[in-house]
Design a protein around this ligand. Structure first.
Ligand SMILES: N[C@@H](CCC(=O)N[C@@H](CS)C(=O)NCC(=O)O)C(=O)O
Length: 127
């Protein structure tokens, strides 16, 4: 079973979509970031950067203690390697997937996030 610490944002959806598509059993733990629940001490033990999404895998492949992960890209790669789904096993296919994953994480995601912040939440309006 995987615990998904989640809120209804695109970064949250990236992980819930993977879990649904892969058919992995999971349980959602809502973290209402509008109510600052991401700063609660128990959540910070799982996600020290106070951000959703985060997961706890209670059945990691090494058979050890439950494994916590934060950062959606790291979570997607972990789940892909755990399940063998949504990442190619041949060299070129795997690298193609990783390029687009890193592009989303380092390019599209942060830019879209800043656009959302400055258009919706920033006190100073910048045209
Ligand atoms: N790079 C991170 C970004 C995560 C992120 O920005 N999460 C936002 C919601 S989409 C959040 O939890 N914000 C709460 C905060 O920063 O206090 C990832 O991909 O997981």
């Amino acid at each position: 079973m995987i615990d998904l610490h989640y809120w209804t944002t695109p970064n949250g959806h990236k992980v819930s979509i993977f879990l649904e598509e892969a058919g992995l059993p999971y349980k959602i733990f809502p973290v209402n970031i509008g109510a600052n629940e991401q700063f609660e001490a128990d959540f910070l033990k799982i996600s020290p950067n106070n951000k959703i999404p985060a997961i706890v895998d209670h059945e990691p492949a090494d058979g050890g203690e439950p494994l916590s992960l934060f950062e959606s890209g790291a979570i997607l790669l972990y789940l892909a390697e755990k399940t063998g789904r949504f990442i190619a096993t041949d060299l070129r296919g795997r690298e193609e997937t990783l390029q687009w994953l890193f592009w989303q994480m380092g390019g599209l995601g942060p830019m879209a996030g800043q656009n959302h912040h400055f258009n919706r939440f920033a006190k100073e309006k910048i045209p």
